[in-house]
Design a protein around this ligand. Structure first.
Ligand code: BGC
Length: 405
């Protein structure tokens, strides 16, 4: 039996984004400081300025066929200093959400997408003893103020954020310790569970989850040792975090981009591609079947509705973008026909945006943004529109997808 509410569209065709990557004007968070210290290819600045262009952007999202939009709230805007709430910023987000709903786009709202207010970061970020209470206060304010929002995502990619920021040192705060990274991951999941209960207490009919980054780990060689390594990586990187949230997620949110090749030459750092394969601007190999496998795994393991909260390609070749979208939506349709309760596909991203350490070079958007701020819908958006018109087989069937090899 599906738990997908009849009051929501049976299938969400969404575009996804996050506050820091598109809004501009972010003086008070840890990423702006990281950029100012020269740690990224370029600073984010106000290049996309979605904060002021949101009406135009929402209309374009609608034009490309979306009936949903994933955004995130910038905590540093809403609470620039501890206990000081910026009512004008709350009003601005309320206007953005109303504009989205009026255009027929269901909002899915993320509460934490990688950035932290400076006062939180300086107190110790996710490891600060006051973090849980501070985040819960922010969640409480946001859910009360934006009470019409039915789809909440507490934390974006709680495995990737500690990996990049606390283990590999390429995102703030620049830590390089696996032990600390694992503590941060544990903390994020713990705080998610509390946030889940808090949101449900305020709004029992809301659907609350996280966006989990998942990678299809494939064995580089067909040997049992390589297969075992690929299974181990799946268990530790994909499965563990989702399992820790059992009972505190109403949907499985899945961000999927690519596969990686498990090899004993680099057991914990698998290759993202095999020699000779075409790669995206991010250096990632394209593998739509990986999405089929992971959705199938999640459907069997959790029996919850599944939302692909992110999937997309960084490229300047619009035929390549079209093929990517067609291939991944096809994989998703196959998974649904095989029994997975798939309820949404959010393309990353609506707009070309700030891609963290890489700056503006990778182009994920369905819509380009020129130096003068002008928006241009790209040819690849036509494929997204075509998919939305073809529709999607919703509702679980009795047959469950076979396990991945
Ligand atoms: C993140 C996005 C990012 C995208 C493409 C995801 O891991 O949630 O913020 O832009 O991947 O790299």
């Amino acid at each position: 039996m599906s738990t997908w509410p009849g009051t929501l569209a049976p299938f969400l065709w969404g575009v996804a984004s996050s506050s820091h990557q598109v809004e501009g004007h972010q003086p008070g968070n840890d990423w702006t400081r990281w950029e100012a210290a020269g740690k990224t290819a370029e600073p984010s600045g106000n290049r996309i300025d979605h904060w002021n262009h949101f009406r135009e952007d929402v209309a374009l999202y609608r034009d490309v066929g979306a009936n949903a939009s994933r955004i995130s709230l910038e905590w540093s805007r809403l609470e620039p200093n501890p206990g000081t709430w910026d009512e004008a910023a709350f009003d601005h987000y309320a206007e953005m959400l109303d504009t989205s709903r009026d255009a027929g786009l269901e909002p899915l709202v993320t509460l934490s997408h990688f950035t932290l207010p400076l006062w939180v970061a300086d107190a110790g970020g996710w490891l600060w003893s006051g973090m849980e209470d501070a985040f819960l206060r922010f969640v409480d304010r946001a859910v009360r103020r934006f009470s019409a929002v039915r789809l909440w995502c507490t934390i974006n990619e709680p495995t990737v954020h500690p990996l990049m920021g606390y283990e590999e040192g390429v995102w703030p705060p620049g830590g390089r310790s696996i032990r600390v990274g694992l503590r941060v991951l544990d903390r994020e999941l713990q705080i998610h569970r509390r946030a889940y209960r808090a949101i449900k207490a305020l709004r029992p009919d809301a659907l609350v989850g996280l966006a989990h980054h998942m990678v299809r780990f494939r064995p580089l060689l067909g040997t049992p040792a390589h297969q075992a390594l690929a299974r181990f990586l799946h268990r530790t990187f994909n499965a563990w975090a989702v399992e820790q949230c059992q009972g505190s997620q109403d949907y499985i949110g899945l961000n999927y981009y690519s596969c990686r090749w498990a090899t004993w030459r680099r057991p914990l750092n698998p290759f993202s591609s095999r020699p000779g394969r075409p790669l995206t601007q991010m250096g990632w190999e394209v593998d739509p079947d990986g999405l089929y496998d992971l959705v199938g795994w999640a459907a069997r393991r959790f029996a919850l509705p599944i939302l692909v909260t992110e999937n997309g390609i960084a490229t300047d070749d619009e035929e390549e973008r079209s093929r990517y979208i067609a291939g991944h939506v096809d994989a998703l349709r196959r998974a649904a026909q095989a029994g997975a309760d798939v309820r949404g596909y959010f393309y990353w991203s609506g707009l070309d945006n700030f891609e963290w350490a890489e700056g503006y070079r990778p182009h994920f958007g369905l819509i380009a943004v020129g130096d003068d701020g002008a928006r241009t819908v790209k040819a690849g958006a036509g494929q997204f529109l075509a998919e939305t018109r073809t529709g999607f087989p919703t509702g679980p069937s009795p047959h469950l997808v076979p396990p991945p090899p």
